[in-house]
Design a binder for this molecule. Structure first.
Ligand SMILES: NC(=O)c1ccc[n+]([C@@H]2O[C@H](COP(=O)([O-])OP(=O)(O)OC[C@H]3O[C@@H](n4cnc5c(N)ncnc54)[C@H](OP(=O)(O)O)[C@@H]3O)[C@@H](O)[C@H]2O)c1
Length: 335
């Protein structure tokens, strides 16, 4: 199966690392022979229709940080690579843009138009125009897989689709952003104010230099929209979510909650067609009380009742568990 990688940052390079480790077991377990035939970043595209040397691609990034420095790479964009290079699957891992969905939106639509499957970790396009993307994929009969967009390594979508396929999902609630969970856990444990814990998280590389996407709840809201559309048959976009982030969570509130046996967590919830992201009180012994940068999602269903899943919501390697399982699922379905 020929794969095109568009976006070669943390996730893209993680994908290459995971493939280098898994090539043999993928062949032995599933009979898949995966070849990465192109890798694009903003600088250009490395192409080899027989399969690129992934070690060389990673070494190039370590040396110069640009894929254009891979021997023979061309100054063509990711979009042009999707159009021009023959392949079965596009792995889309460019930055998430919640305002326009670009560049991921154009990459995905182009891939669907010319009959390529898409596997992605990029939530922006899905949080904006899920229905449009689904329709574009079904028009040409290709697969659209996005397990990595909501909850990183946590198999939320596949769990619901495969294991809860006979249930109706009444509600989903959870912690879908590791950075905010890390900050709130730090405030609770160390009894330190928001600003101090945020600064520590930035120094550790857990929070971004501009943390607004996480702490203002935008990231959680995007993931909630994807889950609502994908698992509850809704047709909503990011603009339909009532969002309140954690900037205003004071140390006094955290301490008061602690005294009463609660923690404060940034919870995303979809229930009764309403989508909401807000800081909430969670009892310390409740399944949603997970520590550090962990994510958690709880399904409320009509038959199984409550099901909770916990895992790593991000990570260059961990998130690739989801991308890889999507690729394997396409392979199984198509072969
Ligand atoms: N990191 C995580 O743990 C994680 C977890 C779940 C989901 N995600 C999502 O996965 C996606 C990738 O995340 P990341 O952490 O790998 O981001 P990243 O490190 O910023 O990498 C983004 C990559 O996309 C490339 N790019 C940007 N614009 C492009 C364009 N127009 N055409 C081709 N390539 C382009 C960048 O190239 P340059 O470097 O040349 O600019 C870079 O190689 C994001 O949507 C993110 O939200 C990330």
């Amino acid at each position: 199966m020929k794969v095109q990688l568009v976006g070669f940052g943390n996730i893209g390079q993680g994908f290459a690392q995971v493939l280098l480790k898994k090539t043999r077991s993928l062949r032995e377990r599933y009979g898949i022979d995966l070849q990465v035939v192109s890798i694009s970043d903003i600088s250009g595209t490395a192409i080899d229709e027989k399969g690129l040397n992934l070690q060389k691609a990673l070494a190039t990034m370590e040396k110069t940080g640009k894929i254009i420095d891979y021997p023979g790479a061309k100054k063509i964009s990711g979009l042009e690579a999707i159009e021009e290079v023959p392949a079965d699957v596009v792995v889309e891992a460019t930055p998430s843009n919640i305002e326009t969905g670009e560049p991921g939106m154009s990459h995905m639509l182009k891939a669907f138009e010319i009959g390529k499957h898409v596997v992605t970790s990029n939530k922006g396009p899905l949080a904006l125009s899920f229905k449009k993307l689904k329709e574009a994929a079904s028009k040409t009969g290709v697969e659209f897989k996005y397990e990595a967009t909501a909850g990183g390594a946590m198999p939320i979508i596949n769990l619901a689709r495969e294991c809860l396929s006979g249930d109706d999902i009444i509600a989903i609630e959870g912690i879908l952003n590791g950075t905010t969970n890390y900050i709130l856990t730090g405030m609770h444990r160390k009894e330190s104010p928001f600003d101090i814990v945020l600064r520590e998280s930035q120094e550790l590389g857990i929070a971004e230099a501009d943390p607004s996407y996480d702490i203002d709840g935008i990231d959680t809201a995007s993931k909630l929209v994807i889950l609502a559309n994908a698992l509850m048959g809704m047709d909503v976009s990011y603009k339909d979510v009532r969002v309140k982030g954690i900037r205003r969570v004071t140390l006094e509130a955290v301490k008061l909650a602690k005294e009463e046996g609660y923690v404060i967590k940034l919870i995303g919830e979809v229930r009764n067609s309403r989508l909401e992201v807000s800081p909430r009180l969670v009892p310390v012994n409740h399944p949603l009380n997970v520590d550090g940068a962990l994510n958690v999602a709880m399904f409320e269903t009509d038959i199984a009742g409550e099901i909770t899943i916990v895992g790593k919501g991000a990570g260059a390697i961990e998130t690739n568990s989801a991308l890889l399982s999507d690729i394997i699922s396409i392979w199984r379905k198509r072969s």
